[in-house]
Design a protein around this ligand. Structure first.
Ligand SMILES: [Mg+2]
Length: 255
C-alpha cells in the first residue's frame, strides 16, 4: 500500500539539463563581456572553484550554492565581488528557472495524486531557496505537502537519512512511501536502501536495466544487478503505475 509519493525535482519534474545549458551560456556571455574569458576558461574556473569548495567542506548543500562558487572565482582571480558575485548568481538562476520546461503531464499528475488523497513531497539535493523558487515559478508548489532539501537535512542523497526525514514528514513508515527520481544511484537504489518503494523516471522512453551501461549522474556506470526496476517515461501513465505498485504484494508478503 502506498500512502505518500516523494519526488526528486531536477530532471524528474523538469528538464534540468537543457535549462542548465542555457544558464551556463548566459554566464559565459557575462564572463566574456566583463572579464574577457573564453568559454573554456570559464568552464575551467567554475570546475576549479567547485573542487576547492568540495575539498574544503565536503559533500553538503553549500556546494550547490553558486553564490559561494562565483564569489570564490572572483576572489581567486583578483576581481571585485561587487557587482559581479550577485549578478552572476542571479543571472544563472533566473536564466535556468525562466527557461526550464516542466515535463509534459506533471501538473495534472500531481493534481490527480492530491485528489486521490496521497501525501505529496519532494526530497532533493539543493539549497532550499532555489528549489522553492523553481516550484513556485512552475506553479507546482501548491501540490506539495512538504519538502526536504539537503540544506535542511544536512546530508545529501544517496545518504538514506534524507529519505528517512521525508518519511517522518510524510507521517508514514518508509514502506508506505514511494520515491520517484531520475538517478538510479541517488534516487532509486538509495531510497530502496532506506526502505522506500522506488519508481525510476527517465524521459528517454527506453526500458533501462541494471545491466545497462548508461549515463547517470554525469558518470558512466555499469551494473551487474538483477534486472528491471519499476520505471516510467510518461507522466500520463503515473497514476496507473502507482495503483499497480500499490496493490502488488510487498517482498515480505512473498516470503
Ligand atoms: Mg534528479
Amino acid at each position: 500500500m502506498i500512502k505518500a509519493i516523494i519526488f526528486d525535482i531536477d530532471n524528474t519534474l523538469y528538464d534540468y539539463d537543457s535549462a542548465n545549458a542555457k544558464a551556463i551560456d548566459a554566464l559565459k556571455q557575462y564572463t566574456s563581456t566583463n572579464f574577457g574569458w573564453s568559454s573554456d576558461e570559464t568552464d575551467t574556473r567554475i570546475r576549479a572553484a567547485y573542487s576547492r569548495i568540495q575539498n574544503e567542506i565536503g559533500v553538503k548543500a553549500a556546494i550547490h550554492n553558486r553564490l559561494i562558487r562565483y564569489q570564490r572565482i572572483l576572489e581567486t582571480n583578483g576581481l571585485p565581488l561587487y557587482p559581479h558575485a550577485l549578478d552572476m548568481y542571479d543571472l544563472y538562476w533566473s536564466t535556468l528557472i525562466d527557461s526550464a520546461k516542466v515535463f509534459e503531464g506533471v501538473d495534472s499528475a500531481l493534481a490527480q495524486l492530491k485528489k486521490e488523497g496521497y501525501v505529496v513531497g519532494a526530497g532533493t539535493n539543493m539549497t532550499s531557496v532555489i528549489q522553492f523558487r523553481k516550484l513556485t515559478k512552475f506553479n507546482l508548489l501548491k501540490y506539495f505537502d512538504f519538502i526536504v532539501t539537503s540544506e535542511e537535512a544536512d546530508c545529501e542523497k544517496p545518504d538514506k537519512e534524507l529519505f528517512l526525514k521525508c518519511a517522518i514528514k510524510a507521517g508514514y513508515d518508509p514502506s508506505f512511501c514511494l520515491y520517484i527520481g531520475d538517478s538510479l544511484i541517488h534516487d532509486i537504489l538509495a531510497s530502496e536502501e532506506a526502505g522506500f518503494q522506488a519508481l525510476w523516471f527517465h524521459p528517454s522512453k527506453a526500458q533501462l536495466s541494471q545491466e545497462s551501461s548508461f549515463k547517470a549522474d554525469h558518470n558512466e556506470y555499469i551494473f551487474t544487478g538483477d534486472g528491471l526496476h519499476p520505471q516510467f517515461s510518461d507522466y500520463t501513465q503515473l497514476l496507473s503505475i502507482i495503483e499497480t505498485l500499490s496493490s502488488a504484494p510487498q517482498k515480505e508478503d512473498e516470503q
